[in-house]
Each structure stands twice: as structure tokens, then as C-alpha cells.
Design a protein. Structure first.
Length: 382
């Protein structure tokens, strides 16, 4: 299923004169182009220091509001590639407003590209130690109790596709320096060939690095994070899960937040469904004051457990390096099994998954299930 991620990044131009005439235009995508997959929308906007607020609209709906650089926004248009109307409104501090519009090309009738293979991330331990060297014949998978054939296995030697969503709301200001240091330490433990996608979130979600394999570039992306705004945890969780690639391989998502959600457009229930439908193991970290909020703890625990991941609740920043280290260790010892379900019905029903290792008394953590989806036609999209 194709996911279109809309990233709106301001091209920052240094401006010396305070009275420079404000200018704003959508630099990309160009009009009448076909957009699919991860797509960046960029603005030519000057002077950035004079910008008070930028509103982004897609197909008439307000997607997000940004008050300072980086002027960025992510958007999920659904699984069908079609034309969209992008509208950006920039309001400057002197009251002037500039508007630009772009229409992307419509391919006409289209159907969702279905992914037949079900991906199941798995962690196998024995007495607290990771079990390595297993092959696909060592595993058994059951869907709703019916045995399934494992068609492929990505072992711990396969490259990792990691997505980190870091809370950069205003309440993080005092701890952000320590958080950034811990995130850099986590990223430094990735192996050659591993890729990391980094998003920061407050009221909105900002994509600052995408499938980046260069260590220095990843650290520079971390340095861009600054604390401001509220918390839209559920929106960010859904976006992080959607940014994980659909191809077979090891995948992981880390969602870090210090506060309860009061700004998401996504409901907790919708976020839970999207997490369960994802292909990645989810690790959630409730930090500081957020670790003591019962509803937040319960939801972070629920999201992680559904994918075979784990939830952590450190109270102090000095604990973060150990937490992130534990997550990297697990992801470095992850197996990903693939199978094609023998149940061909696309009825929207929940399918429970159980994974066993044929021999040995091992502890197995794995994705608990997924929801079968029926194909949608373009005219069914909102």
C-alpha cells in the first residue's frame, strides 16, 4: 500500500534587510506532476524571520499550522494515487498574507496496491539472552489457529529500517539536550547499512531525516530539534508507523514522549488500529512526568505489546541511554518472518497471529495480529 508522506520544508534564505519585500511560492511539487510515495513540498519564502504563521491545506482541509522553522508538515492521502490541491497561506508579522496553490496530476481510476505477504517481527530469548542463528524452518506461524507456511525470513544480519519519533513539545525544553544526546548515542550503535528516519513532533510532525545511513547527517538532523508547542502523540505515532518501509526486512519504531496527548486529530483507538496494522515492532518511551500519567502509560504499553515491542517509563534523563541501548540490542537481534495467509477473505476481520519455535524452551515475542482489509477504489476515498 502506497503511502504518501507530505513534507513541507522552508528553504531558508539569509536576509540582511529588515524591510525586504515578503515573497512565498511553492517550489515543489510542480503543477500537473504525479506524486506518489514519499514526496517533499518545499517553499521559497523570504524573509523567514518575518514569518508569523504558515497554514497548509490539502484538498480544502487544514493539514497543519506551523509558527517557526522548519516549516514542515506530513500528510497521509490514503492508498490511491490521484490528483490533489495543495494550498499554502503564509502570514507575516506585518499582517501581510501570501497564498500559493498547486494541483498535482490525477491518474484517473486506480486501486490500492495490496501487499499479500504478512510480515511478523519476532524476538526470541532464552533466560533473558537473545537466541541467534535460527532459520525459517525453526519457526511455526499460526493465523487464527491455522498453520501458515513461512516463505521468507530476515535474520539479525539484515539491515535495519528504524524510525524515531521524538517529542519536542514545550515541556521538553529542560530535558531536550539530554534526550538529543541519548538519541545520538542510539544512532551511533546502528550498523553499516542500517537506515534511520527521524521525526520531531509537537502540535505537528516534522520529518528531519529520511532513511539516512550517514552517521554525521543523522546527528546533524538531531541537532535541528528544538522544544516548543503542545503534544500530538497519536498523530506522530501513526506517522512513524507509516514511514516504515513495506519491503521485507528488519524494522523498528521508537516513539518518545513526556506528556499526555491533547492536540492530535487522530483518536487513541484509531492510532491503536494503525499500529496493529503496521509491519514494525514498536517501542514506546514515556518519560518524566508523562511516565506517571495512567492513561498514557496504558496506551503506550498497549501499542508496544500489540507489535511484540516493549514500553519503557524512565523518570530521569540519565536513564535514557540505557533504555535506548536496550531497544537497539533487541532490534539488532530481531527476526522478521513473512507468510501469505491461507485465508483469502478480505473482510476487515481481525486475524490473530501466534509464533512458535519448533524446538527449545524459548520465550517468543511477536506481532499479535493484523486486520484484513478490502481493496478500495478511488471513488471510495473521502
Amino acid at each position: 500500500m502506497m503511502r504518501l508522506v507530505l513534507t513541507v520544508a522552508a528553504m531558508i534564505v539569509a536576509v540582511g534587510a529588515a524591510d525586504q519585500e515578503p515573497k512565498m511560492a511553492i517550489a515543489s511539487p510542480q503543477p500537473d506532476t504525479v506524486v506518489s510515495g514519499t514526496t517533499a513540498i518545499t517553499l521559497d519564502i523570504v524573509p523567514t524571520a518575518a514569518v508569523e504563521i504558515v497554514n497548509f491545506f490539502v484538498d480544502g482541509r487544514l493539514t497543519c499550522t506551523v509558527e517557526r522553522p522548519p516549516f514542515a508538515c506530513t500528510w497521509d492521502p490514503g492508498p490511491v494515487v490521484r490528483g490533489h490541491h495543495i494550498r499554502v497561506v503564509a502570514t507575516f508579522k506585518d499582517g501581510r498574507r501570501l497564498v500559493d496553490n498547486v494541483r498535482t496530476k490525477d491518474l484517473g481510476y486506480a486501486e490500492r496496491a495490496e501487499v499479500e505477504a504478512v510480515l511478523v517481527p519476532v524476538i526470541v530469548t532464552e533466560g533473558g539472552r537473545f537466541v541467534q542463528g535460527l532459520g525459517k524452518r525453526d519457526f511455526e506461524i499460526f493465523e487464527d489457529g491455522a498453520p501458515q507456511q513461512v516463505i521468507a525470513l530476515a535474520s539479525e544480519e539484515s539491515p535495519l529500517d528504524l524510525v524515531l519519533a521524538i517529542d519536542i513539545s514545550g515541556s521538553m525544553e529542560g530535558a531536550l539536550a539530554d534526550v538529543k544526546s541519548a538519541v545520538k548515542q542510539l544512532l551511533s550503535q546502528l550498523r553499516t547499512g542500517d537506515a534511520a528516519t527521524l521525526i520531531g513532533f509537537n502540535d505537528n510532525t516534522f520529518l528531519v531525516a529520511e532513511r539516512e545511513k550517514d552517521r554525521q547527517a543523522r546527528e546533524e538532523a538531531v541537532d535541528l530539534l528544538s522544544a516548543w508547542g503542545g503534544t500530538a502523540l497519536y498523530d506522530a505515532t501513526v506517522r512513524a508507523v507509516e514511514l516504515v518501509g513495506r519491503n521485507p526486512g528488519r524494522k523498528g519504531v521508537v516513539v518518545f514522549s513526556d506528556g499526555d496527548d491533547r492536540h492530535s486529530l487522530t483518536s487513541p483507538e484509531t492510532a491503536a488500529a494503525r499500529v496493529q496494522g503496521g509491519n514494525a515492532m514498536l517501542y514506546t518511551v514515556g518519560f518524566g512526568a508523562g511516565a506517571s500519567v495512567t492513561t498514557l502509560r496504558d496506551r503506550l504499553q498497549q501499542y508496544a505489546t500489540a507489535t511484540g515491542g516493549r514500553a519503557f517509563f524512565p523518570r530521569h534523563s540519565v536513564e535514557l541511554a540505557q533504555v535506548f541501548g536496550s531497544i537497539v540490542a533487541e532490534l539488532s537481534n530481531q527476526y522478521v518472518l513473512s507468510y501469505v495467509s491461507t485465508n483469502t477473505r478480505k473482510d476487515g476481520a481481525w486475524r490473530a497471529i501466534r509464533v512458535k519455535v519448533r524446538s527449545g524452551k524459548y520465550e517468543v515475542r511477536a506481532r499479535r495480529g493484523y486486520q484484513a482489509q478490502a481493496p478500495q477504489r478511488a471513488e471510495e476515498q473521502p
